[in-house]
Ligand binder design. Structure first.
Ligand code: FAD
Length: 503
């Protein structure tokens, strides 16, 4: 594979990355590894976006994202590339529950995003009528999927609404904080979309997915966390970017983008920065505003992306107050079907799920609840104390825990998760088509190819690689679009980027 090189006598190409969430940081890391001069501009005074640690009862915990899918390589590889390999830690328990029909019940195994493959395991979760409705699927005529279909509508048609309301909604809601009856199957559960396109009963499609997964014989954990919190990943990536010669400015919102004869003018409050290329790694509303002048069509598409807001309530209890409660033992937490009308949508028992949390605070039991999802955001604007009280009320009903917490922390994520309704992928394709008409500008982040951290990192790498290709030949500082993760002609080398580049 060719290596990216820069000649000693020419300045390297300069790319401005806008947005210092994990997507912008991953793009900057990739660009620096390709020998590109990078300036990352972040609007707030903190890097990381939805990845953030904070303290509760003196213990550092995640107050945003807390886990990375490890079955996709990108996020774990990034953590390894920036020196965090020895801090990777899988969940200590994956035993989750559903708080449904008045009790905590084991989450049935053998499902794809809540869509079951075997009705025999659903006895505790569904009513006899719900189970009988599943059995009717074999007599139904096929349900058309077309170019895309809402997960909830399709599954309700095949297996009945109860499966959607009691299983799919809590599972899908746990990832997207969205409404299963709106969310695109093609964008959110692509393996299911492919399997249902093959035809036949939905139950069999789910079983086919499981058989194929089993045939791949994947080993290793499905998820990984980081000792100290996933929220520590951004600082490590930022350090690697700086080590590779990149510049990172916080508290520097980008206010406007204008094409110039040689590239781009990036306007901030204090100055205008000249760039050969741009990676736009901001949420849709911000990307839409910044593209309004140069690509009104992309801007209009981005303005149409909707978001869900939520609040996380983190509570620390004395461990002695929790130990008597069987419901809090050994489980990683519980999900809540919205149909039951509770305020809390899910709870993670952090001290059970993460060994590093238990080790950091052996006398405490830390858990968190989440409140709010798409279309149900009235609670998150309540006072902190009210949100804590509502969480405690639901926790008491679900687990019997009535002890007073020793400390609490409320974190609101307004516009936390972009929604992927039916047609989302077509919208993303239109956005990418529009920006492809602009010189050396690419978009990346949670808006496009998935909201999970690995998908964000993958979209960042794609954007960075495409920019390098765009700049190849036009700017002599970059001679080849191939990124190897090794900087051959710059004074410093980014630590361990070879594994990140997947070679
Ligand atoms: C509460 C919560 C829990 C989650 N849990 C998980 C989880 O456990 N696992 C998982 O994989 N995913 C999780 N996710 C999803 C995942 O964390 C996010 O999708 C991902 O972190 C988004 O990263 P991003 O860089 O694309 O966007 P963001 O994190 O939103 O970063 C964008 C950055 O751009 C900056 N910005 C905006 N406008 C401008 C401007 N004009 N100029 C400069 N900067 C600007 C913002 O300030 C922000 O820092 C969770 C999300 C939320 C909200």
């Amino acid at each position: 594979m060719q290596r990216s090189q820069q000649r000693a006598d020419t300045p390297p190409a300069h790319v401005v990355v806008i947005g210092g969430g994990i997507s912008g940081l991953a793009a900057a890391h990739r660009l620096v590894a390709a020998g590109v001069r990078v300036t990352l501009l972040e609007a707030t005074d903190r890097l990381g976006g939805k990845l953030m640690t904070g303290e509760v009862a003196g213990v550092q915990v995640d107050l945003g994202a807390e886990s990375m899918l490890a079955r996709r390589p990108e996020a774990v590889a990034l953590a390894e590339a920036v020196g965090l390999a020895d801090r990777l830690q899988p969940p200590a328990t994956a035993t989750a529950s559903l708080w449904t029909r008045g009790a905590l019940r084991p989450l049935p195994k053998g499902h794809v995003m809540g869509v079951p493959g075997d009705p025999a395991v659903l006895g505790q979760v569904l009513s006899p009528e719900g189970l009988a409705r599943i059995a009717e699927e074999r007599d139904l005529t096929p349900t058309p999927v077309g170019d895309d279909v809402a997960v909830g509508a399709y599954v309700a048609d095949r297996l009945g609404r109860e499966v959607v309301d009691r299983l799919v909604e809590p599972l899908l809601g746990g990832v997207y904080a969205g409404d299963a009856y709106r969310i695109s199957m093609r964008a959110a559960v692509p393996q299911l979309f492919e399997a249902v396109q093959e035809g036949g009963p939905l139950l069999e499609a789910v079983r086919r997915i499981q058989e194929r997964a089993a045939a791949r014989q994947r080993t290793g954990p499905v998820f990984q966390g980081l000792d100290g919190g996933i929220g520590t990943l951004p600082a490590a990536v930022a350090d690697a970017v700086r080590t590779g010669g990149g510049e990172i400015l916080t508290a520097t919102p980008v206010l406007g983008l204008t094409r110039t004869e040689s590239g781009w003018a990036v306007r901030t409050e204090a100055r205008t920065v000249a760039a050969d290329g741009i990676v736009l790694a901001t949420p849709a509303w911000s990307a839409g505003t910044l593209l309004a002048a140069e690509s009104p069509a992309a801007s209009a598409e981005l303005s149409g992306v909707e978001y869900a807001s939520m609040a996380l309530v983190t509570l620390a209890f004395r461990r002695a107050d929790v130990e008597a409660h069987e419901a809090l033992r050994g489980r990683s937490g519980f999900l809540v079907p919205p149909v039951d009308g509770h305020t809390v949508k899910a709870s993670t028992f952090s001290s059970n799920k993460w060994r590093w949390v238990a080790d950091a605070a052996p006398d405490l039991f830390v858990l968190r609840t989440s409140v709010g999802r798409y279309g149900e955001e009235e609670h998150i604007h309540r006072e902190d104390g009210e949100l804590v009280a509502l969480s405690q009320r639901d926790l008491a009903a679900a687990t019997g825990l009535t002890a007073r917490p020793v400390d609490t922390e409320v974190t609101r994520w307004i516009g936390g998760l972009p929604q992927y309704p039916v047609g989302h992928l077509a919208r993303v394709a239109r956005i990418r088509d529009e920006v492809a008409g602009l010189p050396a500008l690419r978009v990346c982040g949670a808006v496009y190819d998935g909201v999970g951290i690995p998908a964000c990192v993958a979209s960042a790498h794609r954007a960075a690689d495409e920019i390098v290709r765009d700049l190849t030949g036009r700017i002599t500082g970059v001679e080849t679009g191939e990124i190897t993760g090794e900087i051959t002609a710059t004074p410093t080398r980014v630590r361990g980027t070879g594994s990140e580049a997947g070679q």
